[in-house]
Write a new protein. Structure first.
Lengths: 115, 848
């Protein structure tokens, strides 16, 4: 996990603070890893086409660890009961409540997430 | 002669004149046909005129027996009130009879001499009660002897009730032991009458039941206090003022005060005959419900003969009305009525009767399954031809009727054990037809999905079973409710769900069945899930739901040569442990054959202490489960245990359960523990389409529960071993099939591996052996695995041998992470585990 010193507050237009989570190499292709960002649990995914996406890390259904889920280019499946959530929006395709979606981008190989 | 009712030509130019639709008959068929026409925008196309010869709106004739029994008032059975006709601008003439049709002038002529012009005509004249020939039944003026009633109309029913409630009237005879007659008999009992049913055929309800069923129904009727005389008929009625008694063909006499004639119906065809329409047994119609050789005359209901059949039930009438409306309105010019497969499900005098198709076998090759329990009034008979239901009768217990009717209508595949057609044997119960289920009834008991939720998704446009399962997760738990989910979807979709082609694919994201998929993988030398998606998926798109199945298949095909991409693996397979509800993991070390040592137990105890494991529990597979291990602790836990993985997390060979066998047990006949340990050693970690649970029992007492395992082995006297396959005792219960009996443990080991390799190569993804074996058929499995018909035994055995030789224990290999963050926590702020610490102390009370 990124050290508190690595978190550089910045202001994105109309959003919260920017947080630097360290190298994208922490996240293998096609997988997710969980980060503690300003007290929030965030799952960051590195989609196989190179995109980076970030969703709330806790499944609204029964609290499953979203970062452990399997992904494709569109969705992540919660490992506990296989609810599907869209990586772009956090909306569920299986009737569950949505996950919060976070703005995230790469600067070089650094993950920059806005909370 | 009255004037022809026509509109002035001028108005036709001002606004296009509507066509004139005349419907002769205001019973259930006529009114239903009009409802269907209105539903297709018929009000804009037609001015509708209806004629009925009863002075009422439209009522539900089927409910008359409830009116007779006093369960419903006659107001309650109206389907369409006078207001309905007014609201829909239908010009109803009742009571008015139509006497004749002039097809050339295109007018109908009523009994009052009025003429009404039509452009399209619908005949729905229905039928009337058949009065069997009987001396004294009619008076000289042709009317029925007072006290004798047909049972057809509201007026009949009212008069019958009035007569039955007369104080002096004590005995009644019902002529006819069909559905209507028995209902009448039961109804008359409510007025304190002593009732006898006289039925001329040899058994009751002979149209729906065979002789054995009829006999049991007779006993049920007698138990209700209804006397039954079969194979006899009334020949005389005597009065003179009102009916006083009947004489039967055999000379017996029954004194009675009331007679109900329910000896069948005859179609009302007089109008059609007089008007020169085609009439045989009834009015002859084609598949478009047009009267033969007429362009604009239709007929519907009990007055109709279609392809030689005349129906007396309501369901065919609904189907006919739909086709008629499609044709008359032009809504669907291709609509055709192809006849109905009649199935009846009813309560006759309080006894449930369901009947469809044949009542008894007709050919030598027909299967006939019969269950008879006269004491409870239960009788079940099913006739099967070419593995399809062609007839079924259920009496006294219609709990399985919903499935039987579907199987009958659609030719669904039948369970291998036919008895499951008649009784629920531990599987999911569908006791209530889905139509009758409340909206809040829970369909999926794992994920808590109600009928209402499923129906809402279907209404929202998802019409496939798989689509509904994805959207609601119904049927995605243990899977035992899948049939019920399918039924609810079909019900909500108005009969038939759309088929999702992906049900035939091995994984949903690649449009290939298993053999084609494996062939393509081999030909194109695809060794990783991402390579398979790129080469074979539409648009090369990967699919999260397909990854796990693909990775498993590739591992089976390529073994160590597979390119194992961690993201294609389910979390359990990435970290070699079973994820729990709080995101912690369970660790189950291998304990081959359920045999352990004090040294192993000490290590396990030390690990439990060191990592403050909140719960230590024995599993059903004879191992020890350490629950509540944090993901980041997994490699250290494995290192401290120093034991191989027990694979309690994968779609793979799980465990071989054993009993202590002949070495210790005084009943043991074989060394079950040794065979179990050897099997587990050879097959450990073998990946497969679904998990595989094995057992070896040392004698037929079967303490290791071998009969309900994917492969179960039982030692029998004489040093021999029975091998059972396809058993289960989880969400689904199935006794395994005896594959073969072999002479030694080595052969048992060989055939177990060979069977499992055959299963690995041929089973669908997530298809357990309990489904695989019946799908393939035991004979086929035996031919390939035991008799080596296809000459592939050597190859199958070699694949098992290669697995055994190349298997690497993941807990040894996996102690140093193979990728970044493999064992990093995924819920970083949670204090895990959330399972209460000291759960065992809490459960056990601490004082032992």
């Amino acid at each position: 996990m990124s050290a508190p010193a690595g978190v550089v507050p910045g202001v994105a237009p109309g959003a919260g603070a920017e947080h630097r989570l360290g190298s994208i190499d922490q996240v293998p292709f096609g997988e997710g890893r969980a980060f503690d960002v300003a007290g929030e649990q965030v799952a960051v995914f590195r989609v196989r086409d190179g995109r980076v996406r970030a969703l709330s890390a806790v499944c609204p259904h029964r609290g499953g660890p979203i970062a452990d889920g399997q992904t494709d280019l569109e969705v992540v499946l919660c490992p506990l009961h296989l609810n599907a959530f869209e990586l772009d929006t956090g909306c569920s395709r299986t009737g569950a409540a949505p996950l919060r979606s976070y703005a995230v981008r790469l600067e070089g190989d650094e993950i920059v997430l806005t909370v | 002669m009255t004037t022809l009712q026509q509109r002035p030509a001028a108005s036709a130019e001002a606004a296009p004149r509507k066509r004139r639709l005349v419907v002769v008959g205001n019973g259930m068929a006529g009114a239903r046909a009009v409802e269907e026409i209105l539903a297709r925008g018929g009000a804009e196309q037609f001015d509708i005129t209806m004629f009925g010869d009863e002075p009422y709106g439209n009522y539900n004739r089927i409910m008359l027996s409830h009116v007779l029994a006093g369960e419903q008032s006659d107001d309650e059975i109206y389907l369409n009130s006078w207001e309905w006709y007014a609201e829909n601008h239908i010009d109803l003439h009742a009571p008015v009879r139509v006497e004749r049709i002039d097809r050339h002038a295109k007018v109908v002529i009523t009994d009052e001499g009025e003429t009404f012009a039509y452009d399209d005509l619908v005949l729905a004249t229905g039928s009337r009660s058949f009065m069997p020939p009987m001396e004294g039944l009619h008076r000289s003026d042709g009317s029925l002897l007072p006290g004798v009633f047909a049972f057809r109309t509201i007026d009949d029913t009212r008069a019958m009730i009035a007569h039955a409630t007369h104080d002096e009237h004590r005995r009644a005879v019902v002529i006819g032991g069909g559905l209507l007659g028995l209902e009448a008999a039961r109804g008359l009992q409510t007025y304190g009458l002593d009732v006898t049913v006289v039925h001329s055929p040899s058994h009751l309800m002979n149209a729906q039941l065979g002789p054995e069923g009829g006999e049991i129904l007779r006993q049920s009727m007698e138990a209700l206090g209804i006397h039954v005389v079969c194979g006899n008929r009334a020949t005389h009625a005597w009065g003179p003022d009102r009916v006083r008694g009947l004489r039967l063909k055999d000379g017996a006499e029954i004194e009675c005060d009331l007679v109900v004639v329910a000896a069948g119906i005859r179609p009302n065809t007089e109008v059609a005959l007089l008007s020169g329409l085609a009439v045989e047994r009834a009015i002859v119609v084609d598949d478009q419900m047009r009267v033969l050789d007429e362009d604009d005359v239709y007929a519907v209901g009990e007055c109709v003969q279609h392809r030689g059949e005349v129906y007396g039930l309501v369901a065919p009438l609904w189907e006919q009305a739909v086709v008629l409306a499609d044709q008359v309105t032009g809504a669907d010019p291709t609509a055709a009525y192809l006849g109905s497969r009649t199935a009846t499900k009813l309560k006759v005098a309080g006894v449930e009767v369901a009947s469809m198709g044949l009542t008894s076998p007709e050919r030598e090759t027909d299967e006939h399954i019969v269950f008879s329990e006269p004491r409870r009034g239960v009788f079940k008979s099913i006739v099967i031809r070419d593995d399809k239901i062609v007839g079924a009768t259920l009496l006294g217990d219609s709990s399985k009727v919903a499935f039987l009717q579907q199987a009958f209508d659609r030719g669904l595949p039948l369970p291998e054990q036919r008895v499951e057609l008649m009784f629920d044997l531990g599987g999911p119960s569908a006791e209530v037809g889905v139509a009758e289920l409340d909206d809040d009834a829970q369909v999926c008991n794992c994920n808590g999905v109600s009928k209402g939720q499923i129906c809402a998704v279907v209404k929202g446009g998802v019409k496939t079973v798989t689509g509904v399962m994805d959207a609601t997760r119904a049927g995605k738990g243990c899977g035992s409710c899948k049939l019920l989910v399918r039924q609810v979807v079909e019900h909500a979709a108005g009969g038939a769900a759309e088929e999702d082609p992906s049900v035939h694919w091995y994984v949903p994201g690649i449009p290939l069945g298993k053999p084609a998929l494996m062939a393509a993988i081999r030909e194109q030398d695809l060794r990783s899930p991402s390579a398979v998606f790129a080469a074979l998926a539409p648009g090369g798109a990967e699919d999260a739901k397909s990854k796990m199945g693909l990775a498993s298949l590739l591992k089976m095909m390529w073994g160590a040569d597979m390119v194992d991409e961690k993201d294609a693996r389910f979390i359990n397979d990435r970290v070699h442990a079973n994820i729990q509800k709080d995101g912690t993991f369970s660790v189950v070390p291998q304990m081959r054959g359920g045999v352990t040592t004090p040294e192993q137990l000490r290590r396990i105890a030390d690990v439990a202490d060191k990592y403050a494991v909140p719960m230590v529990k024995l599993t059903g597979g004879q191992r020890i489960d350490l629950l509540g291990i944090k993901k980041e602790d997994l490699p250290a836990v494995w290192a401290d245990l120093g034991m191989p993985s027990g694979y309690a997390y994968g779609k793979s060979m799980r465990t071989v359960k054993t009993c202590v066998g002949q070495e210790f047990c005084r009943f043991g006949t074989g060394d079950s523990t040794r065979l179990g340990v050897e099997l587990e050693t050879r097959l450990q970690g073998m990946e497969s389409p679904a998990k595989m649970k094995l057992a070896v029992s040392g004698c037929p007492r079967n303490c290791a529960e071998s009969l309900v395992k994917d492969v179960g082995i039982v030692a029998i006297e004489g040093g021999r071993w029975e091998i059972y396959v396809g058993g289960a005792a989880g969400a689904h219960i199935r006794k395994g099939d005896l594959l073969c009996t072999v002479d030694d443990a080595e052969t048992a080991k060989l055939l177990t591996g060979r069977f499992l390799q055959y299963y690995r190569e041929n089973a669908l993804w997530l298809e357990r052996t309990y489904a695989f074996v019946p799908r393939i058929g035991l004979d086929e499995v035996r031919a390939v695995v035991v008799d080596d018909r296809d000459g592939i035994a050597e190859r199958l055995d070699a694949a098992v041998q290669e697995h055994a030789e190349t298997h690497v224990d993941p807990w040894t290999e996996g102690r140093s992470p193979v990728e970044p963050g493999q064992f990093r926590t995924s819920l970083p702020l949670e204090v895990l585990p959330r399972v209460p610490a000291g759960r065992a102390d809490e459960l056990l009370g601490g004082a032992w």
